[in-house]
Design a protein around this ligand. Structure first.
Ligand code: ZN
Length: 448
């Protein structure tokens, strides 16, 4: 009872702070006060003010409240503290910094507490209600891929809600953050784009720039059809960027002349370094580059011999520069989850492009704007959409008649690929066999 009373008192204090925070002048004054306090090495200055309101009727049985952030300086030490409330009562979380610099630029966010308390909160299965400001980028990952990753690491952890206020980006307005990503119209690409455009965290994380890189994805530089395929892809990216109201860029290069496929440097084995190289040309324009993940965290494989994408979560941070940060986007979700999220997207229903048949051959087969519906990647995508009950929505870009007439062949092909080690194809077949769509009389026999 005492804890709840204390919580209510805190809520009153929170409301008062919110009233103050709504007044820009008061905010500016408070910020100025904070800076002066530290320059003067004053003591007892509150750096963090809470702006998150605990919902009426919410119970401490269901969440952990982190409040009363405070920083003090005394005796050459800086002490960060906050109160952590849960059903068992209140405890203080405290960090004490001693530094040869005097720690002149202390953190003004609650990022430290958010990082510190995520694991205990996930272990308890309780929501984390942080009554302080957290970086928009960090909050996005605290709610998404970071939890996915940790749950693979520790199966005792549970997915939780994380609430916090958004910290203003240092020295810049919200719209000044530039976030780029490649756009191929594939499932991973759409997923990376959506993960930030629809993060629900902050408009600051919206993707601002779409890219097309001709560094091998469209064939050898100077090869037959390469230039045409690249030009079409760049035009598609530009059109989609215009629709979204974002910028579009393309880069063409002769880089393929330096990557000998016979020496193990084919595109799929090297794509991350090639594309990151092109993206780095924009290091003075972009702040973040989202590299769409082709594989989920459990498929991280440092010995993989097929796709460099197996390394991406480890490799991409090593390619970051002081100006441009590379992030593996969407690795918390597997391909099926990404496909499911995308299935209701009306743009994707007319624009999705997963086909691996060479563009010229494909155009001759089915005309422009359609997937061949006969390659392994078309098979996998159609089977997954069928299992999800969403295939008919993609009639404009797949040949559904061919698919339904040849479902036995589709299953056989994907089963064989699964037997050879493709986890993505095996997952698609397993999903289909467990779905209501699996009405083929011999489907289960075929995949035994
Ligand atoms: Zn295809």
């Amino acid at each position: 009872m005492h804890t709840l009373q204390k919580l209510l008192q805190d809520c009153d204090a929170i409301e008062k702070v919110i009233d103050l925070k709504r007044k820009d002048a008061a905010r500016a004054k408070a910020a100025s006060h904070r800076r002066n306090a530290f320059e003067n090495r004053a003591t007892g200055c509150k750096l963090h003010q809470c702006r998150v309101v605990i919902k009426a009727g919410a119970s401490l049985d269901s969440f952990i409240a982190v409040s009363s952030f405070d920083i003090t300086k005394a005796n050459q030490e800086t002490t960060y503290r906050c109160d952590v409330h849960d059903a068992s009562g209140r405890r203080e979380l405290r960090y004490v910094v001693s530094s040869t610099t005097g720690h002149r630029k202390p953190s003004e966010t609650a990022n430290w507490a958010a990082m510190a308390l995520l694991l205990p909160a996930m272990l308890s299965g309780k929501a984390l209600n942080i009554q302080g400001s957290v970086s928009a980028l960090l909050l996005h990952f605290l709610r998404s891929d970071l939890q996915d990753l940790l749950m693979h690491f520790n199966s005792s952890l549970k997915r939780i809600d994380v609430e916090a206020d958004i910290a203003p980006a240092e020295g810049r307005s919200c719209g000044a953050l530039r976030v780029g990503t490649g756009f191929s119209a594939g499932i991973d690409s759409f997923s990376a784009l959506r993960s930030f455009r629809q993060s629900g965290v902050s408009a600051c994380l919206d993707v601002t720039d779409l890219m097309t890189f001709g560094v091998g994805a469209f064939g050898e530089s100077g090869g037959r059809g390469t230039e045409e395929a690249f030009t079409k892809a760049a035009a598609r990216t530009a059109a989609y960027a215009q629709e979204l109201g974002v910028e579009a860029h393309s880069v063409r290069s002769n880089l393929t002349h330096f990557y000998d496929r016979s020496q193990g440097l084919g595109f799929t084995r090297t794509h991350t370094l090639r594309n990151a190289s092109a993206a780095s040309l924009f290091e003075r324009e972009l702040d973040i580059y989202l590299y769409a993940s082709a594989f989920a965290y459990p498929e991280l494989d440092l010995t993989a011999t097929d796709y460099m994408g197996h390394l991406d979560p480890v490799l991409l941070p090593l390619l970051s520069t002081t100006d441009l940060r590379f992030i593996s986007a969407g690795a918390g979700s597997d391909r099926i989850r990404k496909t499911e999220l995308l299935a209701d997207d009306t743009v994707a229903q007319g624009l999705l492009d997963v086909c691996v048949t060479p563009p010229l051959k494909r155009a001759a087969m089915v005309g422009p704007g359609r997937n061949c519906s006969q390659c392994w990647k078309c098979y996998r995508t159609m089977l997954t959409l069928d299992a999800l009950g969403k295939l008919e929505r993609f009639a404009a870009i797949f040949d559904l008649e061919y698919y339904h007439q040849n479902k036995a062949g589709v299953l056989r092909t994907l089963r064989q690929r699964g037997q050879k080690g493709s986890k993505l194809d095996k997952a698609a077949v397993d999903l289909y066999l467990a779905s209501p769509a699996c009405n083929h009389p011999s489907a289960h026999q075929m995949v035994r």
